[in-house]
Write a protein that binds this ligand. Structure first.
Ligand code: ADP
Ligand code: ADP
Length: 229
């Protein structure tokens, strides 16, 4: 079975001010293992909702998400998530932040510790393990949140506007870093962005989520095959 299948997913939010909002309507989508997929679309078109549904953070109003053939019903170990805000705990060092969920995940102290060290080296924070979040630049904070998302070695990394709060130059550097991390870790990456250049530059495949009146959420697929090594 495919790595991830989104089958006929719709999501309706009942709001007090806007009535029923259809954030997703009849979405079908297959994600291949190992690909770098971008989901591109304007603000409010439903990208975050789609990501949350895939991650099992939100149960869709209808339809299913299958991961290797099994229905995703709650956040599981197969997924790591990175959001626009790194949301690191200010009173914990970088390494302690990366280790935050180790216990909950049932990783032994030694295993978790070794993995945290490796991941911090991989994301380029080998020299910054003992620093505190306020001592880090925005780019470094996002590197830490990528390491944190990968602690349990999930096959899928979901990223929602991960570089949206960074300045343009840091954003480019982080994009290139992410490609290196993706190549080294062999994760499947789903990267949500409203930045056309970023989507086209980073991804193998771009899904454009249109949000026009009467044509909500149509997914248009653009393939940008890029040889991997
Ligand atoms: P994007 O990530 O593309 O900006 P979202 O998925 O965040 O889009 O939102 C899609 C639509 O659903 C928007 O109209 C948004 O206001 C609405 N929406 C998202 N989450 C909620 C929620 N929890 N409650 C009500 N409306 C929501
Ligand atoms: P050049 O020397 O032609 O600028 P680059 O590889 O540095 O070659 O960049 C090619 C194009 O891709 C440029 O327009 C650049 O702005 C853009 N680009 C480079 N890195 C990124 C990135 N991480 N995200 C989005 N666009 C990028």
């Amino acid at each position: 079975s495919p790595f991830i299948e989104v089958r006929n997913v719709s999501q309706v939010f009942r709001t007090t001010t806007r009535g029923e909002v259809a954030a997703l309507k009849d979405i079908d989508l297959t994600i291949r293992e190992g690909e770098f997929l971008s989901v591109l679309g304007p603000s409010g078109c439903g990208k975050s909702t789609l990501m949350r549904v895939i991650a099992g953070l939100v149960k869709p109003s209808s339809g299913d998400v299958l991961l290797r053939g099994t229905k995703v019903e709650k956040p599981g170990r197969d997924v790591g998530v990175v959001f626009q805000q790194a949301a690191l705990f200010p009173w914990r060092s970088v390494k302690k932040n990366v280790l935050l969920s180790a216990e909950m995940l049932g990783l032994s102290k030694d295993v978790a510790d070794e993995r945290a060290e490796q991941l911090l080296d991989m994301v380029g924070l080998g020299h910054a393990k003992t620093l505190y979040p306020y001592e880090l630049s925005g780019g470094m904070q996002q590197r830490a949140s990528i390491a944190r998302a990968l602690l349990h070695d999930p096959p899928l990394l979901l990223m929602d506007e991960p570089f949206g709060a960074l300045d343009a130059l840091t954003r480019e550097t982080m994009g290139l870093e992410l490609l290196r991390i993706w190549d080294q870790s062999r994760k499947t990456v789903v990267f949500i962005t409203h930045d056309v250049n970023e989507a086209l530059f980073l991804a193998d495949r771009v899904l454009v989520m249109a949000a026009r009146p009467g044509r909500i959420n149509e997914l248009i697929e653009v393939n940008l095959p890029r040889p991997r090594d």
